[in-house]
Design a protein around this ligand. Sequence first.
Ligand code: DC
Length: 206
Amino acid sequence: MGFTVAIDGPAAAGKGTISRAVAQTFGFAHLDTGLLYRATGRKLLETGFSPEESAKAVVPEDLERDGLRTQAVAELASRVATIPEVRAALVAFQRDFARREGGAVLDGRDIGTVICPDAEVKLFVTASAECRAERRFRELKEAGQAARLEDVLDEVRKRDARDMGRSDAPLRPAEDAVTIDTTDMSIEEAVAVAEAAVRAKLEEAI
Ligand code: DC
């Protein structure tokens, strides 16, 4: 049986943590779709292909490579993600993943709105820009990377504006999404809300 959980939201809101926890708890496969755009950006730099050719050339092994999670690659990903041909080239892979046997969690920006509008569960995970910047800043510090909080906040705001302002598949909650604002929540609380939404739908499906 296919069962899809679509988790969308802005950068550093907690989507990744929630998605991994939900996948683990329910035994679903997980796809971080941001990695597809990150790998596309990197392919473009490495090959000199056009953005569309770069997206078409991405293979699953590219998602496992080191170095995809840097700020520089995130910025590049956000830029290539505004190009409709790039988005179109990545649709089939995501939809195939979503309908695999045993259930799937996909997290990104347009999963509930464009990629999987019929997903059984749609969550929109968000938090204030200040809170997200602070979390990202702490992660960078823990990873030993030099950063200034003002710069990280500026980066978060720019990426939000680009992801929400693009004409093709802008970041926004699906009409039937459950919104989880994690600004004042612990990770455990946010995961519990997400898991309760999934459990309720699973029970309905039986
Ligand atoms: O989730 P992330 O930070 O790894 O995503 C990197 C960029 O990729 C993000 O700024 C916008 C783009 N993206 C997208 O447009 N659609 C998705 N489903 C996932 C990511």
